[in-house]
Design a protein. Structure first.
Length: 72
């Protein structure tokens, strides 16, 4: 899945982390269209959407959980 043309962004159920505050913090929201994962900025929900296939998203999450990302 590489394009938002494959689904209607407005019809997706977007989720935000329970650790996010309602005070306009730096948060992302994720949704799960068929076969993929969509991510957007919670402060700009009508802006761009990044779309990943599930295997790449799961690899990213595994890397984050292991603490294997370098901070720049």
């Amino acid at each position: 899945m590489t394009s938002t043309e494959l689904f209607d962004v407005d019809s997706l159920y977007w989720r935000r982390s329970s650790r996010s505050s309602d005070q306009g913090g730096n948060c992302v929201e994720v949704a799960y269209p068929t076969g993929g994962v969509a991510m957007r900025d919670s402060k700009n929900p009508h802006g761009g959407v990044l779309v990943f296939d599930r295997s790449h998203w799961n690899s990213f999450l595994d890397t984050v959980r292991r603490g294997a990302l370098e901070r720049g």
